[in-house]
Design a protein around this ligand. Sequence first.
Ligand code: PMP
Length: 377
Amino acid sequence: MTTATAMRIPEPPTTPSAGRVYNFSAGPACMPESVLLQLREELMDMHGTGIGLLEQSHRASTYDRILAESFESVRACAGLGDDWEVLFLPGGSMQHFSLIAMNFVPKDGWVAFADTGLWSHKGEKETACVRATKKTFDGATCRFDHVPADSEIADCAGAAYFCYCSNNTVEGTQFARPPRVAAPLVCDATSDIFSRPYDLAAHELIFCSGQKNLGASGITMVLARKSWLERADRSLPPLLSYSNFAKTESRPNTPPTFGVRVIGLMAKWTHDFGGPAAFGPRNKAKAAHIYAAIDRSGGFYRPSMRGDCRSDMSISFQLPSDALVDRFVEESEREGLCGLRGHREWGGIRACVYNAFPAKGCELLAEFMDGFAKKNG
Ligand code: PMP
């Protein structure tokens, strides 16, 4: 066997099965069909117990196994060593902006923020409810058209941490690598976790909602360096305390058992298909179909982000008028290309092409875009 053959990684399916459509939704987003089918079976009977996934006690041995599998799959997919903790917490990532601050910032401390888009903007506001914040990069000044180079970020020395969003789901910009600043790094990776190799070790804590590359909404996965967790404020109410979640294996009370299972299956699916290292080039190639259609449209499709910051997960662009946006959405839906309307606060069109989004859908969207621009340009 040659090395190339030995290293060949299987490709995920590239088309949805009959009756399903290409779902470009930003989140909750499309999931691998194999995971959905497995969940369908498990809902009725989990591991031959005669009890469905949603009906399992979180203290039963079946749930012990579910939890262990989810931890293991996430660890394998992220390539985490023993110095990292994995936590599963109820609720979306939005509430973690304030929770992280309560856990890790002394009352007189402050948090440095890169405001690079809607979610980091909201995140800064949430954080400011509990601790002082300072925008060390304000994307509003450049209409969020790029993420900052290190040299554009103001001095963070003295901050408890620097918080940034690796992929701006609404505006369609993405950091190529973690910023290098004089403060510990905390990252909201909700819309690009496991989508490419990324320097996790540069961070102290990474958090992300399910609902995109991890499947179910209403749950957050936190990856935290153990030495950082040790510094968490232990006087917080236990259900707000990260160290308590670590101590109780993410079940201080009844946990979101379904979401934990879905994250585990999604992480396993990602790992089985080669993990972030294999998905990185795949996602780049998928997104390239759509960016090529934008670039050859002669200005008909108008991306608001700079070319060097284009996201491989969230592809966002404007059209010459709102009426054309409506027509684009209507006609693309008729072709089975669904969920393309941009965020309500940003407008335009947005194609989210997370790990589970089939490659063929990106080719079909690019073809549709060529035809639409020709007809309406
Ligand atoms: N951060 C980013 C980057 C997001 O894309 C989103 C949701 N789209 C959120 C945070 C908020 O997630 P949730 O609604 O699960 O709290």
